[in-house]
Design a protein around this ligand. Structure first.
Ligand code: HPA
Ligand code: ZN
Length: 332
């Protein structure tokens, strides 16, 4: 089963590129950019990755991104992720990035977009992987900041397939970002949003109805509200679930408590993804494996989840058919 899981063709739809910054790269980029770190070893950095909730993670994560300065840095970060994803047979990736984490430090939009693009083109050539970017707005900041970020992104829209909403969820409802999502959708961008990770099930409805989200990132709280659960099933709304993240951020106490398999059995369009793999102890295949072992996913479940990821992707029909064919041939 482990080999079957590692090799199955996958789409990854919930991955923050800033969350792929491994401690080894943090040290390399700090040295290259002449930045002093408050840590002396990779082991010490990993030791600091003990989280009690989402915010305790975000504090460390936004801090870590400060070593990213040049287009080369952003290229190296993206290239390392894409190489690692290819090893898990990720055939298509939709990659989140948080422009505000970088522009707030004076990094121009062009710097990261140029770096990302070079790595994406190389992965397409080398691995035959398709990739696109989803620009996330930080929900702990005002909507005005998000609107200014969208404005700054306009020259780069051909590189971006959609917009998302991330950062601290509690007390930051989706309704606060109605305008910026409406403008983004008017520009032809697709919409997703983190909802029901730590926040209440109503935030899932808010993401769908106020923001026009086509997929929900995490969404584990849907189980707390029968009407929300029914809505996800009826409208075939995919959930981009990240089991290792949920356990590391104590959304669930134990892997065995995760509701991914229950939701799958109820007919929810569950997908498996890695969120912030450098911080949560594993890339996408590790997330599949953890869910398989802790929740008893069958081989058919694994195939269903891999196919769900491809069906939920913002891809044209031709590429979807091609990738679904790869999954079917692999599953025999
Ligand atoms: N939730 C909210 N914001 C985030 C996450 C997450 O899981 N990962 C990176 N930013
Ligand atoms: Zn996330």
């Amino acid at each position: 089963m482990e080999d079957f899981i590692r090799g199955i063709p996958k789409a990854e739809l919930h991955l923050h590129v800033e969350g792929t910054l491994e401690p080894e790269m943090t040290f390399a980029l700090a040295a290259r950019n002449g930045i002093d770190l408050p840590f002396t070893s990779v082991g010490e950095v990993r030791g600091a990755y003990e989280f009690t909730d989402l915010q305790s993670f975000l504090d460390i994560y936004y801090h870590g991104a400060a070593v990213l300065r040049t287009a080369e840095d952003y290229h190296d970060l993206m290239a390392a992720y894409l190489r690692r994803a290819a090893a898990d047979n990720v055939r298509h990736a939709e990659i989140f990035f948080d422009p505000q984490t970088h522009t707030s430090r004076g990094i121009p939009f062009e710097t990261f977009m140029v770096g990302f693009e070079r790595a994406q083109r190389a992965a397409e050539r080398e691995f035959g992987m398709s990739t696109s970017l989803i620009m996330c707005f930080l929900r702990h900041l005002p909507e005005e900041d998000a609107l200014a970020t969208l404005e700054a992104a306009l020259p780069f829209l051909s590189q971006i397939v959609g917009v998302g909403l991330d950062s601290g969820e509690r007390g930051n409802p989706p309704e606060a970002f109605v305008r910026v999502f409406a403008v983004a959708r008017a520009h032809g961008l697709r919409a997703v949003a983190h909802a029901g990770e730590e926040g209440p099930p109503e935030y899932i409805l808010g993401a769908l109805d106020a923001l026009g989200a086509e997929r929900i990132d995490h969404g584990v709280a849907c189980e707390q509200d029968e009407a929300v659960l029914r809505r996800l099933i009826t409208d075939e709304i995919p959930l981009t679930m990240c089991p290792l993240s949920n356990v590391r951020l104590r959304v669930f106490d134990r892997a065995e408590d995760h509701n991914l398999k229950r939701l799958l059995d109820l007919g929810v369009r569950v997908t498996i993804n890695s969120d912030d793999p450098a911080y949560f102890g594993g890339y996408v295949a590790d997330n599949y494996l953890m869910a398989q072992r802790a929740l008893g996913l069958t081989r058919e479940d694994v195939v269903r989840i891999a196919a769900n990821g491809i069906e939920a992707a913002f891809l044209d029909a031709t590429r979807k058919t091609e990738l679904l064919g790869e999954v079917q041939r692999y599953a025999g």
